[in-house]
Design a protein around this ligand. Structure first.
Ligand code: GLC
Length: 461
């Protein structure tokens, strides 16, 4: 009996250790085999937040190539020894004086108006389902009490507050997913420059593990990966820890920025940015992998005081961008750049509110949807977009039409409705071609603004 007990408990231990064996190995093949957790593709709309020391000078030119307008690049652009841009250097010398150094801005980064619960309320109202905060951008300044960034984090200096922690608590309490942006490289960290392996093992990986263990984020959005390979960053090693052993191993979502060899190839979802990257971006969108476009409301991620109203996208344009990305199966991560004192500029709040009002009526055609398989073939009108959910097809028009609209490849139609509209919609269906006659409407119908959704019950069968 004793022997039997001994043998069976031995077997049990052996079985347990098989179970405990790493499910995901430290190879891209293995890491890529993990499906991106479903919540991500269902969410469709998220908010990016670029906030840090660069929010103090908060300046960039408003003309030029896309990345030349990024105010969060201030330190490198203003530095004549690095990636100089005359516009940044001139502005810096004129306003702050050549002797002022970027780290001096820390005394002006106070975040005294930062109200995380209010931010979370604004985000919730926008209809976004997830938030991504820059916990550390390329300047290396940490928005949480990072041991590795001693005296270069928001608790030791500046606001004297755990900005990432406080926001995470508020965002999670409002029922949204919380994600962290994290820059792998740091422009001027001496360790990164002199001893890369040590930077990776003693600074970068401990920081990422600290973020994960401390705050249990739902997403890790890495960046600044382009100078070296994913092998040098030890990315697959870190990801196998994240997927096998971390407290968020089931739910964590990551992107594709893990080394100069990985964008659009490895990791979790693929990223595009301000629609740059042309063909590469299109490849990512068509890869069958979940993907996400990120961009600002204006031309910058970090707050840019130099922008005027005309530099911001209108609500109409933002809703069109959202609809376009979602109709191709992607997500939109729309950025806000808070000020150094912790406010979300009112113009950005206004844009988010408009998107939220639109989603409150039309969210059914966005959340949890997929691209329609006939979309490219049937899409003749540049202002018409399609999504599907279950058996239903959604036709989203970004320009109201008074004349009948035709859609091909719709063999089944049970009913047609206009979201947010109580009246009946006239339609006919002949030879798989659906014709919808938009209703005559009056202001008292209170239709949504900017884009309208016809729901074709059974249209996706
Ligand atoms: C970049 C930029 C950056 C921005 C980001 C967002 O590659 O360097 O400033 O944070 O991507 O996608």
């Amino acid at each position: 009996m004793k022997k039997l007990l001994f043998v069976s408990s031995f077997l049990l231990i052996a079985l347990q250790s098989v179970n405990a064996q790493a499910l995901y190995k430290s190879t891209w093949e293995s890491i890529d085999s993990r499906p991106v957790p479903a919540w991500f593709s269902e969410a469709k709309f998220g908010i990016f937040i670029h906030w840090g020391l660069y929010s103090v000078p908060a300046w960039a030119p408003t003309k030029g190539k896309v990345y030349e307008k990024y105010a969060e690049w201030y330190w490198a652009r203003q530095n004549p020894a690095d990636k100089p841009s005359a516009a940044f250097t001139d502005f810096h010398n004129k306003i702050y004086g050549a002797k002022t150094e970027y780290p001096d801005f820390v005394s002006e980064f106070k975040a005294e108006m930062f109200d995380p619960a209010k931010w979370a309320e604004i985000f919730k109202q926008s209809g976004a389902k997830y938030i991504v905060l820059t916990t550390k951008h390329h300047d290396g300044f940490a928005l949480w009490p990072s041991e590795q960034a001693w005296n270069w984090n928001s608790v030791d200096v500046g606001p004297h507050r755990d900005l990432a922690g406080d926001l995470t608590t508020a965002v999670k309490a409002s029922g949204l997913h919380m994600g962290f942006y994290y820059s792998l490289y740091e422009w001027y960290n001496p360790l990164y420059k002199k001893d890369l392996p040590k930077y990776v093992s003693d600074h970068m990986i401990p920081q990422m593990k600290d973020l994960v263990n401390r705050y249990h984020p739902d997403m890790l959005w890495t960046d600044g990966e382009w100078e070296i390979t994913s092998d040098q960053w030890k990315s697959t090693e870190f990801l196998s820890w994240l997927y096998n052993d971390s407290p968020v191993k089931e739910s964590i979502v990551v992107n594709d920025r893990w080394g100069k060899d990985t964008r659009g190839k490895h990791g979790g979802f693929y990223t595009t940015e301000y629609d740059i990257d042309g063909d590469q971006a299109v490849k990512r969108e068509k890869s069958g992998r979940p993907w996400e476009e990120c961009r600002g409301i204006g031309g910058s991620f970090g707050y840019n005081r130099n922008e005027y109203l005309e530099d911001y996208e209108t609500s109409e344009s933002l809703i069109r961008i959202l609809v376009d990305k979602v109709s191709k199966g992607g997500n939109l991560l729309l950025n806000v750049g808070p000020t150094a004192d912790g406010r979300i500029p009112v113009i950005m709040q206004q844009r988010l509110k408009d998107v939220g009002d639109w989603l409150a009526i039309n969210g059914e055609a966005i959340y949890g949807t997929q691209a329609w398989k006939h979309s490219t073939k049937s899409k003749k009108d540049p202002n018409m977009f399609f999504t599907t959910k279950g058996n239903d097809l959604y036709v989203i028009v970004t320009k109201w039409q008074d004349i009948p609209m035709t859609i091909k490849d719709v063999p089944h139609v049970n009913a047609v409705t206009l979201l947010g509209f109580k009246g009946k919609i006239k339609y006919s269906s002949v030879n798989n071609q659906l014709t919808i006659t938009p209703p005559v409407v009056s202001p008292s119908d209170n239709l949504s603004r900017y884009a309208w959704v016809f729901k074709i019950d059974g249209g996706a069968i």
